[in-house]
Design a protein around this ligand. Structure first.
Ligand code: HEC
Length: 167
């Protein structure tokens, strides 16, 4: 009986050791798997174009960016709750043309390279399209189109961030 116990303990210990070893062997592999990502991030950072905004314009632009991000989060919540009209309203106010004060857009556009201007205009256009699709969904209940447009908007954020940075 005692021997049986000893054998069981020995086997269990062996298994634990083996799984610990497997874990350790996995770790470097996981590190290796994340390496290419880091490499890509570094490459992107090096090749982004610097865009120079005057300090006040930059301050405003970043505040609007933070509002955009907040808007995306609120839209996701509104969609999950099937509050489609609210989702449309958030898109209009926080990501569309009305998300910018007075002549903020023209002011920023003066310092933007053409590609950046295009992406900015694209985001506002997509926000408008999203608002329409969300309003449609409030009648049809079909979330497919608003979700697709939400993902497209997010890709526009990513595209601009991957290409430009503010100085
Ligand atoms: C036309 C280009 C463009 C688009 C489109 C764009 N951004 Fe940005 N955003 C920038 C730039 C440039 C910066 C500064 C990044 C840097 O200098 O590294 C920035 C910075 C930010 C920041 C950081 C703010 C801070 O306080 O530092 C957030 C958050 C952000 N963007 C969110 C978003 C979200 C969310 C979207 C899409 C809904 C979006 N942006 C779309 C250009 C853009």
């Amino acid at each position: 009986m005692k021997n049986m116990l000893r054998i069981t303990l020995f086997l269990t210990g062996g298994l634990l050791l083996a799984s610990a070893q497997a874990q350790m062997m996995k770790m470097p592999r996981q590190d290796a798997a994340t390496q290419p990502d880091k490499h890509v991030a570094a490459t992107v950072a090096k090749t982004r174009s610097d865009v120079v905004f005057p300090p006040l314009v930059k301050h405003q632009a970043l505040a609007t960016m933070r509002m955009h991000l907040q808007g995306l989060g609120e839209i996701q919540r509104a969609l999950a709750e099937h509050h489609f009209d609210e989702a449309a309203q958030i898109a209009t106010m926080k990501l569309g043309m009305s998300s910018m004060y007075g002549n903020q857009m023209e002011e920023e556009a003066r310092y933007m390279p053409p590609g950046m201007k295009q992406l900015g205009a694209q985001l506002h256009r997509e926000a408008g399209e999203f608002a329409l699709a969300a309003q449609d969904a409030s009648v049809s209940g079909n979330t497919e189109k608003p979700l697709m447009l939400l993902s497209r908007m997010t890709q526009t954020c990513v595209a601009c961030h991957a290409t430009y940075r503010l100085r």
